[in-house]
Design a protein around this ligand. Structure first.
Ligand SMILES: C[S@@+](CC[C@H](N)C(=O)[O-])C[C@H]1O[C@@H](n2cnc3c(N)ncnc32)[C@H](O)[C@@H]1O
Length: 268
């Protein structure tokens, strides 16, 4: 079992994606979706937030995601609600023209290889006067706990060889203005752009599940290594990662998990 990706974790994603969920609520507040708004959810995963959005509007809600497993899971539980559809699409390769009042993208932007292309597609997909909001982990130190665990894996003799071949897939910019500039150079007017540091206490088990819901799909994904990953490597990586989280726990066993997150709202 050396291939890890979002399709594989689709059925358990919602239970483990605790930090993505709480961040999505902040983004929804910032976007204040109105009844009647047509909404596109880019990188919707299994559609858990898209379904919340479909309760806020009688307009059309469309969720797109590049991972077929995520869309299968979303369709399995979501399409009954009438105003919602899901489709497998790459955020860099979809074609909607002036169709949406709102574009929502939660915890997905860091995965976009060519953000300019994605932002242009989103600009075209919005109606005039429409708005787009993103939330994503930001800065090289996006989660200090995960970065510390990564350091342990980089220096351990059992994982250092293979891990030296790992190339991070993530886009992390250091400043809120850097994110704003990306949107502005693609035609948007940015009304809000802030990097916020959020700290929440979790047990080691929960912290590990949080890691598995998102970051593991980068760290242990064959696409980001040239050497072939073995199940031994995956097992050792997970063991060291969990060990590092345990070392970061306070006396009461809880780990303060710290994320830097960008919240941005932009207008067409
Ligand atoms: C951490 S999940 C977030 C899911 C959901 N938005 C949420 O808030 O729970 C990131 C999602 O982005 C999707 N993704 C990554 N790259 C993508 C791309 N280029 N186009 C569309 N979706 C993408 C992944 O497949 C995954 O489902």
């Amino acid at each position: 079992m050396s291939i890890i990706n979002f399709s594989k974790v689709a059925s358990v994603y919602e239970k483990t994606a605790l930090v993505q969920k709480s961040a999505s609520e902040v983004l929804l507040d910032l976007l204040s979706i109105k009844n009647g708004d047509d909404v596109l959810d880019v990188g919707c995963g299994p559609g858990n937030v898209s379904m919340e959005i479909a309760k806020m509007t009688k307009g059309r809600v469309v969720g797109i995601d590049v991972a077929p497993g995520m869309i299968e899971e979303a369709c399995r539980r979501g399409t009954a609600s009438g105003n919602i559809t899901f489709a497998v699409r790459d955020a860099a390769d979809f074609e909607f023209i002036s169709e949406f009042d709102v574009i929502f993208s939660n915890s997905a932007f860091q995965w976009f290889r060519d953000p300019d292309v994605v932002i242009k597609r989103c600009f075209n997909a919005l109606k005039l006067g429409g708005r787009m909001g993103i939330q994503a982990p930001a800065t090289r130190n996006f989660c200090s706990n995960f970065v510390a665990a990564e350091e342990k894996i980089r220096s351990s003799p059992v994982t250092s060889g293979v891990f030296s071949d790992y190339r991070s897939p993530w886009l992390f910019l250091e400043k809120a203005e850097d994110y704003a500039r990306l949107f502005e150079r693609n035609g948007f007017r940015v009304s809000y752009s802030q990097i916020v540091q959020e700290e929440t206490l979790y047990s080691v088990d929960k912290a590990f599940r949080i890691y598995q819901s998102g970051a593991e799909n980068g760290y242990l994904n064959q696409d980001y290594y040239q050497v072939l990953l073995s199940s031994d490597y995956v097992e050792m990586f997970r063991e060291l990662f969990r060990e590092s989280l345990s070392e970061q726990a306070r006396e009461d066993g809880m780990v303060p998990i710290v994320f830097n997150r960008i919240y941005l709202v932009a207008h067409k």
